[in-house]
Design a protein around this ligand. Structure first.
Ligand SMILES: [Mg+2]
Length: 261
């Protein structure tokens, strides 16, 4: 049964909300699971917000019990990954990514310091102010030997106006210029799942997500059961294309718990 798991890894965009607007019924399910004593970890590839901002946003839509430890974002995982490997970073990304890197003790360089003194690492994530100079700076540093880390490679994400370009489009531009591929820390990478399991690794784990190539692929590689919901960006055909067979498939989070209980 769907409620037999001890820990639920919940993707956010396309599972509990779309652009911060609740997918009907999802918060009730999340709170119900919490009331049953389940461990819940919100797992998102979206690097634009810090964990504290996700906590605020979740509390605003009715998840009053949520704490920083319940959030694993690709920005946080990038910061954890780099904390032992680098000191000075150049970031193509937004405030949430910068904040997580700083919380992990890394210094974030501006463009002119990066050009004059170089960086240990370049971190690329979603950046709605992406431009040519950022691309050039990132490319130059990577060619000079900086580590190259991407928060995630999601090509697009669902909005109320349809699909919008995701971090993967910016990573593709940087990779193309530098002729190199990054270490990706977000889903489907094991880095993200190890962080999530560190937060809630007791007993049976279920990953719930709306994307085959990140949520379901990552969980499958880790040997974790998964549930695919059709309330976000993914389609059934995406599963077939990747040869994936999640244990559960449902219209949305609410139907998942109603259909399989
Ligand atoms: Mg999603």
């Amino acid at each position: 049964m769907i409620s037999d798991y001890d820990c639920y890894l919940l993707d956010m965009d396309g599972v509990i909300w779309i652009n911060g607007k609740e997918i009907p019924g999802s918060i009730e399910i999340v709170n119900h699971l919490h009331d049953m004593g389940k461990v819940i970890v919100f797992l998102t590839n979206n690097s634009t917000k810090s964990r504290d901002k996700y906590v605020e946003a979740l509390r605003e839509i009715g998840v009053s019990w949520v704490k920083r430890k319940n959030i694993v974002s690709s920005a946080y995982v990038a910061a954890r990954y780099l904390s032992d490997l680098a000191k000075r970073c150049y970031v193509v990304g937004e405030a949430g990514l910068v904040e997580e890197l700083r919380l992990a003790g890394l210094s974030v360089l501006n463009e002119s310091s990066a050009w004059s003194s170089g960086a240990d690492a370049v971190v690329v994530g979603m950046d709605r102010n992406f431009n040519y100079m950022k691309l050039w700076t990132a490319m130059k540093l990577i060619l000079e030997g900086s580590l190259y880390v991407a928060t995630n490679t999601d090509r697009n994400f669902p909005t109320e106006r349809g699909l919008a370009p995701g971090a993967g489009t910016m990573v593709a531009a940087v990779s193309s210029g530098a002729g190199m591929s990054p270490t990706v820390v977000g889903k489907p990478s094991e880095h993200m799942f190890y962080e999530a399991l560190r937060c809630g690794n007791d007993g049976k784990v279920l990953m719930i997500g709306d994307r085959a190539e990140t949520d379901i692929l990552g969980a499958t590689r880790m040997g974790i059961d998964s549930a695919f919901v059709l309330s976000g960006a993914g389609k059934i055909e995406d599963l077939k294309a990747l040869g994936l067979k999640p244990r559960y498939i449902a219209k949305d989070l609410r139907s998942l718990f109603h259909d399989f209980t």
